[in-house]
Write a protein that binds this ligand. Structure first.
Ligand code: SF4
Ligand code: SF4
Ligand code: FES
Length: 222
């Protein structure tokens, strides 16, 4: 495979073609927070916490570094003003569904403390459980249904009944990888968004109406 040369925060690095910007940046010593990116699972691009600014020929754009392959001649900025602003908003949105999120990250990016109502955890749609079950366990018990704010994770009953009892409390159970722990709490709740009669949702708490106004404001600030 050929090599690619790019700059990470002004320092030139050379990596193999096909390397993701996230890995190249970490190799160069940059610290980039991630949430949905888990070693051994295909990158998914759900949380956007890993955003970086890519500059080429005076033009710049924000991309998810875990999904963006390196290119010759690009400048990658991992903590530019734009990146920090994006991350702050993303963290505030995550915090609205996941009050137990890492406080150090909230502090580092200056996430305001008082705009969200403290709540229990919700599903943050990271997709770790879905990918874990299909990629590592090869079982496909979990999937996504719905679009936009109706999107949620569901568990397909027939398969779940067949294979989950053997897996649930074991080392390779999806329960161990859910960052918010919500998959345990909302197991086996009827899924309103699915037309499949055999489908029921595990984490249905994806809507946070109490914090809707604050979320809207965050999006406006982005
Ligand atoms: S407990 Fe069930 S849904 Fe979770 S990883 Fe195991 S087989 Fe998949
Ligand atoms: S249930 Fe947990 S692991 Fe699955 S998508 Fe929601 S937050 Fe992520
Ligand atoms: S870590 Fe890249 S989008 Fe989640």
């Amino acid at each position: 495979m050929s090599d690619i040369t790019l700059k990470i925060n002004g320092t030139e690095v050379t990596v193999e073609a096909g390397t993701m910007v996230l890995d190249a940046a970490r190799k160069a010593g940059a610290e980039i927070p991630t949430l949905c990116n888990l070693e051994g699972l295909e990158p998914f691009g759900a949380c956007r916490l890993c955003v970086v600014e890519i500059v080429r020929g005076g033009r710049s754009r924000i991309v998810a570094s875990c999904l963006y392959p390196v290119e010759n001649g690009i400048d990658v900025l991992t903590e530019s003003e734009k990146v920090v602003r994006y991350r702050r908003t993303i963290l505030e949105l995550l915090k609205a569904r996941w009050p137990l999120i890492d406080k150090k990250l909230l502090e580092k990016y200056g996430v305001p403390a008082d705009r969200m109502v403290p709540r229990d955890n919700f599903c943050i749609m990271c997709g770790i459980c879905v990918r874990h079950c299909s990629e590592r366990r090869k079982e496909n018990v979990l999937g996504f249904v719905g679009r936009g704010i109706e999107r949620q994770v569901v568990s397909y009953t027939v398969r779940a009944k067949k294979v989950c009892p053997e897996c649930f409390d074991k080392e390779l159970s999806c329960l161990r990888f859910c960052p918010t722990g919500v998959i345990v709490n909302d197991c086996a709740t009827v899924c309103p968004a699915s037309r499949d009669e055999e489908a029921f949702a595990k984490p249905v708490r994806v809507r946070d109406d109490d914090n809707a106004a604050a979320v809207k404001k965050s999006l406006g600030d982005a």
